[in-house]
Write a protein that binds this ligand. Structure first.
Ligand code: FE2
Ligand code: FE2
Length: 314
């Protein structure tokens, strides 16, 4: 089964009305605009090809219903992704995510924790057949960051509880605690990539009044974690950590609040859980300058998903 959850009514998302205008385009240019929008080119990209202004091209496309999705020029497009648990990530899923990013062209990627499993740093019993070197995890994670950075160079990274295993490990070996070469900024070359880092211990970070955090609540059912976070933090936001995906939306006379728990990017056969009820995928959101937003969750089922009418995956 392939599904796409549209989680927020379009009434919440209110694009600004455009003004009347007069623009003259040749028939050839009109054909080019239609074809390039069909290839999901942004308005600034089309304008550069046609030697026109981005505003003029966008207005023409809007008037003629050529627009396929909101223009990144007017909205900030964000992809939320988390819980890869490298080296237990799903490689096919990861390739699909790269393909999606090339298509969606987000302005920002928010990596919200558990990028690495830090398996070797766990204090739980470990399966010796799965035990690899911590350096191997780091090498894979750095390759993933290289590819993400190539597709979208504006990335923020939230430490998850699995990355926090490193801090716990260092606190047990205080002679090493505080060594800069053992901090995530150094191990993942975050400063070189200009990736902003948020520690797991920090409270949820607000982006346009939208709270983002790896999360420390896991409830049994999809959406219950989102409800727990809404009760704990209030307002609107998203977490990873539950691996389930879900939403909780509440409206009252004071306004409305919406929280989401995001899906995961890891394999669905962990050694510690028999048939977990997790869901793979990620979320995207469009933020306007006036703190309005529209969030869509993209569940990936059997390595296939639909996004705005287009099928991804074989
Ligand atoms: Fe996780
Ligand atoms: Fe987690």
């Amino acid at each position: 089964m392939i599904g796409e959850l549209s989680l927020l009514s379009s009434s919440v998302f209110s694009p600004a009305p455009y003004k009347e205008y007069t623009l003259k385009y040749t028939e050839k240019e009109i054909e080019r605009i239609t074809a390039l929008r069909g290839q999901n080119k942004t308005f600034p990209e089309i304008a550069a090809i046609l030697n026109r202004t981005p505003t003029g091209v966008r207005r023409y496309a809007e008037r003629n219903h050529i627009t396929i999705q909101p223009d990144s020029h007017n909205y900030i497009k964000v992809a939320f992704v988390n819980d890869f648990h490298i080296p237990f990530h799903d490689k096919i899923l990861l390739d699909l995510f790269y393909e999606f990013l090339a298509y969606f062209k987000p302005d920002k990627i928010f990596l919200i924790g558990d990028l690495l499993d830090c398996y070797s740093l766990s204090f739980f019993d470990k399966d010796p057949t799965r035990l690899g070197r911590f350096q191997d995890e780091l090498d894979i994670a750095n390759n993933v960051l290289n590819e993400l950075y190539r597709l979208c160079p504006d990335i923020e990274f939230w430490e998850g509880n699995h990355e926090a295993r490193l801090t716990r490990h260092l606190k047990k070996n205080p002679q090493l605690y505080g060594l800069r070469c053992l901090e995530w900024e150094s191990l993942l070359f975050l400063k070189e990539r200009k990736i902003k880092f948020h520690s797991y211990a920090d409270p949820p970070f607000g982006f346009h009044n939208f709270r983002i955090h790896h999360g420390n609540i896991v409830r049994k059912w999809s959406g219950f974690t989102a409800k727990g976070n809404q009760e704990k933090y209030g307002g609107c936001g998203i977490t990873g950590h539950s691996h389930r995906g879900g939403q909780f939306i509440k409206r009252n006379m004071a306004g409305w609040d919406g929280w989401w728990d995001n899906m995961c990017m890891c394999r669905l056969d962990p050694e510690w859980k028999d048939f977990p009820d997790w869901l793979q995928g990620w979320s995207v959101a469009y933020f306007t300058r006036k703190d309005l937003f529209h969030l869509e969750q993209i569940p990936v089922i059997d390595h296939k998903f639909l996004f705005h009418g287009r099928l991804f995956g074989k």
